[in-house]
Design a protein. Sequence first.
Length: 130
Amino acid sequence: MWSGGTRVIDGNRYRNFTGYLEKCRDCPLLEKCMRKPIKEQGRQVSIKLTTNKKSGLTTIDKMKERTDSDEGRHCYSRRLGTVEPVFGNINTTKRLNRFSLRGKIKVNAQWLMYCMVHNIEKIQRYGQMA
């Protein structure tokens, strides 16, 4: 069989394959492949590559499945001790609930300055303990 290209039907992608009639007659998988007996033409097979997004799970449902798995629970529990306290400190203590500048470069510079202040406070706190 050889590839006959791809096609899209109702949002689903299919890869098409075509074979010669004499090859189909001798194939051991003929009963599994053909619903009706061979007539005068060879065989054409379409394999579904992707499914329609509307018929599958939504992105939110997929994320719920990932976070409900054992690996997802383990990964999510680590977030509470590493990332979220930093955002909480910058949001509440430093009162950065929105950026005052416009543009990616300026917003990035403002964010990096807040992170730098956060890290300097951590260094100062650890210096007082020693």
